[in-house]
Design a protein around this ligand. Structure first.
Ligand SMILES: CC(C)(COP(=O)(O)OP(=O)(O)OC[C@H]1O[C@@H](n2cnc3c(N)ncnc32)[C@H](O)[C@@H]1OP(=O)(O)O)[C@@H](O)C(=O)NCCC(=O)NCCS
Length: 155
């Protein structure tokens, strides 16, 4: 299994979009996130087949909620925010999801992010289990029945 960062006009992106479509997450892969500084798309591949993906936003903490930034040494603190994340059902429970998350953390650390964060609904039990294994803190969101998962990632 290998993880690739996907370019805008690549064959790999077409494969990621097909899988995201199948798993009802295509809209999150295609959306333009105005509040983020950078949107990164990761794909997990077994041979030629795309078996998982993750959308990572690099953003100033609080901007998506319309809050002023938290400053440290005059610079706003930033975070990696995972907007979409899934593994093909046939390939689950082989460590692919965790590898995608670890890759997202490495990319976020390389961009000097303070934390990594995501939000998911109460129904995503496998996701909860993975986040607990990886040591995330948990906080209820005001939106529907979802929770935020947050982890400090600085070296
Ligand atoms: C969440 C998801 C991406 C996990 O992918 P995965 O490749 O199966 O996860 P991994 O194999 O890396 O699992 C890592 C750890 O998470 C936990 N975990 C994952 N799936 C689990 C399950 N079904 N039951 C219990 N624990 C689970 C385990 O602790 C596991 O470690 P272990 O296998 O050593 O015990 C996958 O289940 C999925 O696509 N779910 C549907 C979409 C979704 O919920 N997306 C996230 C919210 S939008």
């Amino acid at each position: 299994m290998r993880i690739e960062q996907i370019g805008d006009d690549s064959e790999a992106r077409t494969q990621v979009l097909a899988l995201a479509d199948e798993l009802d997450q295509r809209r999150y892969v295609e959306r333009v996130y105005e509040h983020s500084d950078q949107t990164l798309l990761l794909g997990a591949f077994e041979g030629d087949a795309c078996v998982g993906f993750l959308v990572l936003l690099i953003q100033v903490i609080g901007r998506d909620a319309g809050r002023p930034p938290i400053l440290r040494d005059e610079a706003p603190l930033r975070e990696g925010y995972v907007e979409a994340f899934a593994v093909h059902p046939r390939y689950r429970r082989r460590g692919i999801g965790q590898h995608l998350q670890e890759h997202a953390i490495e990319l976020s650390i390389a961009r000097e992010c303070y934390q990594i964060r995501s939000r998911s609904p109460l129904t995503s039990r496998e996701n909860y289990a993975l986040k607990l294994k990886m040591g995330y803190a948990i906080h209820p969101s005001d939106e529907n029945d979802s929770y935020f998962f947050i982890k400090r990632i600085e070296a």
